[in-house]
Design a protein around this ligand. Structure first.
Ligand SMILES: Cc1ncc(COP(=O)(O)O)c(C=O)c1O
Length: 364
């Protein structure tokens, strides 16, 4: 009987790879079921995706669903290659940019070599390194989370460079990034998940240096976090390595078609980005006026420290009680800060009203 074969949990545990048994998985921001919350905790875009995306969704036939999708997402790669004027052989498409980051750890890092990244930056990197059983080099950012040159002789095969950085929202100086890419003899993955909100991107660096690969996301600027599409641009040799190890059909047909529709409507994306940047500029001034310390954001979120007397965890909890979700990280250096996604103007107005009430209560 089948039940005879079920082992007690402790025995089953021994079946799991040692490294996985002891590792901490990635902790995503909360995705609540409750729908009446103002959700400013996972850097989603408050505007709907381009109408062309919904049109493409409606045009999907049952025949398209019945068949396997193009294995290399060819139409999508061609679309991206045309937008950025790069060869199709220099474009890769992933199931979210997260998949691209994971594939990089498997494609470029030799056994016994290391994976580097800044601390703080995207908290997925150490998890991916754990899964790949690679040691890590954490390069601690300077005062005010500013750029520090990563070491060149630390045994790293891959360096994840988030630009603009998360969760701080700040962009690093282009000349320092370029110099590092030139000197480093491993692969530099520049994670540009937020770059459409920034003043400058690193596309020129992946044209100039064969060891540089960019990853980008449709989750933020294109309002398609639910679709799970990211893409990478790099030298054909780096891209081909990702192709070799990816799942056969890593992007489903819906994702491929809708991503083409979204990317083709660049004007819509740019317009949405302009609105978010405008809201961000206004919101930053309002928060500074209330005594918050802010970092210069080039993303769709702000990184801020509440005024003295109001701790970040207390502020986050008080907002939560008022149905507003923002993000708090518990790591020691991050704990005094709060990350707030830029939502609709009405969301930010509500957040400011609640913040005033919280600050008022604090003085009672
Ligand atoms: C820095 C950074 N890179 C990558 C991602 C993942 O993006 P995607 O939704 O394309 O997997 C995120 C998501 O929040 C991020 O903050």
């Amino acid at each position: 009987m089948l039940t005879d074969k079920i082992k007690p949990d402790t025995a089953a545990l021994s079946l799991i790879r040692e490294g996985v048994r002891h590792m901490q998985g990635y902790v995503p921001g909360e995705q609540p079921i409750q729908t009446d919350l103002i959700k400013l905790n996972t850097n989603e875009n408050p505007y709907p995706p381009s109408p062309a995306v919904l049109e493409a969704l409606r045009a999907i036939t049952s025949d398209a669903l019945r068949r396997y999708p193009p294995p290399m997402s060819q139409p999508l790669r061609t679309c991206i290659a045309e937008i950025y004027d790069v060869p199709v052989s220099g474009v890769f498409c992933g199931n979210g940019s997260d998949e691209i980051l994971a594939l990089c750890t498997r494609a470029y890092v030799e056994k016994g070599r290391k994976i580097g990244y800044f601390d703080p930056s995207y908290s997925l990197y150490p998890v991916l390194a754990s899964i790949a059983e690679s040691d890590t080099v954490e390069v601690t950012l300077g005062d005010r989370f500013s750029w520090v040159d990563p070491p060149l002789d630390a045994g790293m095969d891959l360096f994840f460079l988030t630009n603009p950085n998360a969760p701080t929202g700040m962009r690093f100086p282009m000349d320092r990034i370029a110099l590092f890419c030139e000197r480093f003899d491993g692969v530099v993955l520049i994670d540009e998940a937020y770059v459409d909100f920034a003043e400058e991107d690193c596309l020129t660096l992946c044209r100039r240096y064969a060891n540089v690969i960019l990853s980008r996301s449709l989750s933020k600027s294109y309002s398609l976090a639910g679709l799970r599409v990211g893409y990478a641009i790099g030298s054909p040799a780096l891209i081909q390595a990702l192709d070799t190890i990816k799942d056969s059909y890593n992007l489903d047909i819906v994702a491929q078609r809708l991503a083409v529709a979204a990317l083709t409507d660049q004007a819509y994306m740019q317009n949405g980005v302009r609105r978010i940047r405008k809201t961000r500029a206004w919101f930053e001034k309002e928060m500074i006026a209330r005594g918050f310390a802010l970092y210069p954001s080039e993303t769709n979120f702000v990184w801020c420290k509440p005024p003295s007397g109001l701790s970040a965890p207390l502020y986050v909890e008080a907002l939560r009680l008022r149905n507003i979700l923002v993000r708090h990280f518990t790591a020691e250096r991050l704990a005094p800060f709060v990350r707030i996604t830029i939502g609709l103007d009405t969301h930010m107005e509500q957040l400011l009203r609640e913040t005033d009430a919280i600050l008022e209560e604090k003085h009672d």
